[in-house]
Design a protein around this ligand. Sequence first.
Ligand code: SF4
Length: 218
Amino acid sequence: MQGPNPLSDEQLAANFADIAPPLTSDAALLEANKCLFCYDAPCTIACPTHIDVPAFIKKIATGNLRGSARVILDANPFGHSCARACPVEVLCEGACVLNDRDEQPIKIALLQRHATDYVLEHKVTLFAPGAQTGKRVAIVGAGPAGLACARDLRRRGHAVTVFEAQSQPGGLNTYGIAEYKLKSNVAIAEVQDILDLGVELKLGVTVSSIDDLLARYE
Ligand code: SF4
């Protein structure tokens, strides 16, 4: 019996290519300048992390990609992966006022990707750890929730150790999203930004006793 034909490298690359390719610089500038920069913007209200969408789009429109990424990542440490994987049609883009004028909504996700890709590709450091408080915090699980918590605690100056049973950090972003939406190397690079704040990560460790953690951490 003949087995299934394996796909060639070219076919695999085509099948898993970006489903939403990035904007060029000119396209991003054009798109950003279509935004109405609404007061009480419904796109921001619809975003689960309440990113100030008109503020980050305005910064793209003025060529300030670093500032734009700072607005995004300050509100949401996973702004890179959310730009690729969020169901924006029922969130920010679904709430864009342009829908009510029978126009296409602003391409918020692609603009967010444009700004966050810039800081990832240029290795721009946006945040720094806060002054040391002397407090030690343990976090179980290096998925998006645990790492977002770790980042905010480091920005407030606490020492943070994250325990993860898997061999790679990132949780759902690294292991559970289709490659044509989010490549695992992007998910890992995003995690590295958080680790660079001085977060200690212990991989391949299953926490079996909360008492042990309570004895060593706050
Ligand atoms: S609702 Fe649409 S037009 Fe208004 S600020 Fe948000 S993206 Fe811009």
